[in-house]
Write a protein that binds this ligand. Structure first.
Ligand code: 5GP
Ligand code: MN
Length: 316
């Protein structure tokens, strides 16, 4: 699978739809908006679908053109971005599956290669970094708006250029984008620093509840639907919670469980030697070595018990 194959299929398609993973983060959104603008510049008839668009990314260009559902029955081409698993694709109408050709562009180690064409680079720190290469390969312009979206994805998925996946290329891209007029400090603030009052209250509750187990190597906390209702928070207000536990001295694995319609969603982070993607794969989830997730279709007590039992095995 080469970039030429993707180039060929993009060139021969007219009606194109873009999807990304559920509960989209900055990389999912940045990737989607950038790909949309790039395909518009190629004069394609393109739609991007994100059923629930998080408020804190509304500052990004063209975010008001995001649709909550596709307008057509069938597309020539459907593109999935930043999504490891077809089950996580936020596509309630299953339009991705119905498309003539399906392309999967991603950077998760656990990617299920569910496309007809799969362009997956697990070494890339963000899907947005892969897309930067792709757009350059097409010799299409990376406008200031496209660069703003791509750098948002890179900044959010690398925790602000902090994580191990960051490469010299990441900084070359950032440097190049700065020259294009991208406002890194504003993006940093909007995408990483600013939090709503609700988010703050959710973090406070989760922090208060944190338990340290196994000699402080595991940090565990949770949030029920009832808590979320009381605090008036939605799923996207919960990001950042699992990282609080991860950043505590001595913690190797941080676990955050929150209730959804399907049971408890587990969000896991590790610091050093535990592969949390492997833990999550045991529960049909996945992700990256140091950041992964899964769904536990059980009660809170049982979900906690099951995830802790497996995590302890990996600590040995
Ligand atoms: P988060 O904990 O922030 O929701 O997700 C961390 C990482 O794990 C993300 O890269 C995300 O795509 C991946 N991930 C989260 N939940 C799941 C899941 O249920 N299945 C798979 N395959 N990946 C997941
Ligand atoms: Mn990503």
């Amino acid at each position: 699978m080469t970039l030429d194959d993707i180039k060929e299929v993009i060139e021969s398609s007219n009606n194109i739809v873009i999807f990304t993973h559920e509960n989209p983060d900055g990389d999912a959104i940045g990737s989607t908006l950038a790909t949309y603008m790039f395909l518009k510049n190629l004069e394609k008839n393109v739609e991007m679908v994100i059923p629930t668009f998080p408020k804190n990314f509304k500052f990004l260009p063209h975010s008001d053109e995001v649709l909550s559902e596709p307008t057509m029955e069938k597309y020539d081409l459907a593109i999935a971005l930043d999504c490891a698993d077809i089950k996580r694709l936020d596509d309630p109408t299953e339009t991705f599956l119905k498309a003539e050709t399906r392309v999967n562009i991603d950077h998760h180690t656990s990617n299920g290669m569910f496309g007809d064409l799969n362009y997956v680079n697990p070494v890339a720190p963000a899907c947005s970094q892969i897309l930067t290469t792709l757009i350059e390969y097409f010799r299409m312009p990376i406008t200031t708006d496209i660069a703003t979206c791509l750098i948002t994805g890179i900044i959010t998925d690398t925790g602000g250029f902090r994580y191990e996946g960051v490469t010299s290329e990441t900084f070359e891209i950032a440097s190049d984008f700065l020259e294009k007029g991208v406002k890194i400090s504003r993006i940093y603030k909007e995408a990483l620093n600013n939090i709503s009052k609700e988010k703050f209250e959710a973090r406070k509750l989760a922090m208060n509840r944190t338990e340290f187990l196994e000699d402080g190597k595991i940090a565990y906390t949770y949030m029920t639907k009832e808590d979320m209702k009381k605090l008036n928070v939605i799923q996207s207000d919960l990001d950042g919670i699992v990282e609080m536990g991860r950043d505590v001295e001595g913690v190797e694995v941080s676990i955050f469980l929150y209730e959804t319609d399907k049971g408890y969603k587990g969000s896991l982070r590790s610091n050093d030697y535990v592969n949390v993607s492997d833990i999550c794969l045991l529960f049909n989830g996945g992700g990256h070595i140091k950041a992964a997730g899964c769904t536990l279709p059980y009660s809170l007590e049982e979900s906690k018990e099951r995830i802790l039992t497996q995590t302890k095995r990996f600590l040995k």
